[in-house]
Design a protein around this ligand. Structure first.
Ligand code: GTP
Ligand code: MG
Length: 292
């Protein structure tokens, strides 16, 4: 064993979720955080387009314990100006389009990421592998509410993507052996667009996703769906233990995110919004800060 780590790069947080959920908008908001209120206007954040390639920004979150009087844990805080202790990390935006997800999912199978491009001046991050610390799965809470009885509704397509993400993490957990275990990666389900009056509150986003994930689990275990849709992380085949291809607690009737704790995967659902009036993005930022 080598006592020294020859090189450490910044840890990374991966943004996943279906197209239009607000990943790029969120990244833009966090990236522009330290600027004035004026620069964070809706217009600046709203100008996004369907992402085709992953993009990475370098951010810093305060590690100071927030006291009631200061607000160091906001992405708006200019850490250089306040002199707070900062922890740097990479936020990686990925395309949500179904045909472009494979690359994002492939990141999850291993514990390291090689960011494809870093916007800020950090040449080291481009050539060195980054440790995946957390995952943010962004969900459009307004469109989840919109179409309950449509078979290809946003709920089912969103849940299918989330299913692929969680099962990949679970298979990763199974692959670990002894001391070389990949660290567990917590998942934040960011219920976005709560500024819209049609949006479901976070608690409902959670229960609807859980119900849908349970349904998908049932269907996939019956082999009615092509399981090759997701990313093959090589866990399949003859050596597979009973229940290994089953998401969450084996044999459970209903699915709940808590089941993922069996595989050391914490899943939390928090509501917020990038644009407009609402709870904002501070809780998500705080969640990141506690995990990088
Ligand atoms: P892909 O790149 O296709 O995967 O999508 P994305 O997840 O990056 O979505 P993007 O950030 O481009 O946002 C899609 C649309 O949702 C944009 O028009 C955003 O302005 C809008 N949007 C993002 N966040 C919010 C929000 O909190 N509230 C509202 N009302 N709109 C939002
Ligand atoms: Mg995008």
């Amino acid at each position: 064993f080598s006592a020294t780590t020859p090189y450490t790069t910044l840890p990374s947080v991966l943004l996943l979720g279906p197209s239009g959920a607000g990943k790029t908008a969120l990244l833009t908001l966090f990236e522009r955080g330290p600027l004035s209120q004026q620069d964070q206007s809706t217009a600046a954040v709203a100008q996004t387009h369907t992402s085709q390639v992953p993009s990475t920004v370098e951010l810093a979150v305060s590690t100071d314990t927030p006291s009631s009087s200061n607000n160091n844990n906001s992405y708006r805080t200019d850490l250089d100006a306040t002199g707070a202790t900062a922890k740097k990390f990479l936020l990686i935006d990925t395309p949500g389009h179904p045909k472009l997800r494979g690359h994002a999912l492939s990141h999850l199978a291993s514990s390291t990421i090689t960011p494809s491009s870093v916007a800020s001046a950090s040449p080291s991050a481009e050539t060195h592998k980054s440790k995946l610390k957390a995952l943010i799965f962004t969900v459009d809470a307004a469109s989840l509410a919109a179409d309950d009885d449509n078979s290809s509704s946003t709920l089912s397509t969103t849940a299918e993507y989330l299913y692929d993400v969680l099962i990949t993490l679970q298979k990763r957990f199974h692959k670990r052996s002894g001391s070389r275990a990949p660290a567990s990666v917590p998942v934040l389900v960011a219920a976005n667009k709560l500024d819209l009056f049609t949006a479901l509150p976070a608690a409902l986003v959670k229960s609807r996703l859980e119900a849908e994930l349970g349904r998908i689990r049932q269907t996939r275990s019956k082999g009615l769906l092509d399981s090759g849709v997701g990313v093959d992380v090589g866990a399949g085949g003859a050596g597979e233990e009973e229940g290994e291809g089953w998401l969450g607690g084996y044999g459970n009737d209903k699915f709940s995110f808590k089941e993922m704790m069996e595989f050391d995967i914490e899943v939390e659902v928090l509501g917020g919004n990038v644009i407009g009036e609402g709870p904002g993005a501070d809780r998500w930022w705080k969640w990141i800060g506690e995990r990088v």
